[in-house]
Design a protein around this ligand. Structure first.
Ligand SMILES: C[S@@+](CC[C@H](N)C(=O)[O-])C[C@H]1O[C@@H](n2cnc3c(N)ncnc32)[C@H](O)[C@@H]1O
Length: 255
């Protein structure tokens, strides 16, 4: 693959952990405790975001579900060696493989065409008392990087039927998502926003394969969260979304 190996959890990892999602997952997996825990990741992509956290937490048994065969093949190359990992090719909304302590989706909801079915499946897959986290990005819709992306978002909003499920991109409404998750039995729902662009740019340069890098990354995540707490109440929605373009919805399935 030509990638430089990094040492994580005492073993070689092939993807360099440099982003917010990795820093957040390390924290989340640590909070789950040292005993056996199960995690379902809907829309796992290449598993780049989870590789490091999985190598550091061998107590986590992980199922990744991804609709894109090429991304899944890459995921198999990255983490297929881990005995605690299962990868399935499917749309998230088609999943029906039991319940999990933690169900996550990372940067996925903005690409999901059949959002209601996807949310329903995600809730059904959380064991009673377990945790659900959907983290998604507004960036494609707010600051499209190409004309193609701008067009895809515009068409998906106005004529969703015209965009295939595998190429869908939009800006999901957090209020509607929270309402639906509540109706489906998720309690203690919280919505936060994160990932101030300059902090993300800095994070992309922090090598989290070293203990100092991990401490620095945790400080960046904490600063980002503090900025959200302090600044967001006074911000208008558009400014808020530009300053914190990642939305994190979390809750617990009533048990
Ligand atoms: C931006 S990538 C994020 C991948 C990974 N979660 C990460 O954070 O690195 C979005 C992924 O969601 C997948 N996806 C989109 N809609 C999906 C659906 N309905 N079910 C499963 N995967 C889906 C895409 O194929 C893509 O791999």
């Amino acid at each position: 693959m030509g990638e430089i190996p990094f040492i994580l959890g005492g073993v070689e990892a092939t993807s360099r952990p440099t982003d917010f999602k990795y820093a957040q997952l390390r924290e989340l997996f640590a909070q789950l405790g040292p005993g056996p825990v199960s995690v379902l990741d809907l829309g796992c992509g290449t598993c780049k975001a989870v590789e490091g956290a999985l190598r550091e937490h061998p107590n986590v048994s992980y199922v990744g579900v991804e609709q894109d065969a090429a991304a899944l093949a890459q995921a198999r190359r990255l983490i297929g060696d881990l005995p605690t990992v299962q990868l399935q090719e499917a749309f998230g909304e088609q999943f029906s493989g039991g319940t999990f302590d933690l169900v996550i989706s990372l940067s996925v909801l903005e690409h999901v065409k059949y959002l209601d079915a996807f949310l329903e499946t995600s809730v059904r897959a959380v064991r009673p008392g377990g945790t659900l986290m959907h983290r998604y990005d507004l960036g494609h819709a707010l600051t499209p990087s190409t004309l193609g992306e701008r067009l895809r978002v515009a068409v998906a909003r106005r004529v969703p039927a015209a965009v295939p499920a595998a190429r869908f991109t939009t800006s999901p409404d957090a209020t509607a998502i929270v309402r639906r998750l509540g109706e489906l039995g998720i309690v203690d729902l919280t919505v936060r926003q994160a990932q101030a662009p300059s902090l993300k740019a800095a994070m992309n340069r922090i090598d989290q394969s070293t203990p100092e890098g991990q401490r620095l990354a945790a400080d960046v995540v904490a600063l980002d969260a503090r900025l959200w707490d302090e600044l967001s109440p006074a911000l208008k929605p558009e400014a808020r979304d530009r300053l914190f373009p990642a939305i994190i919805v979390t809750g617990r399935r009533a048990g």
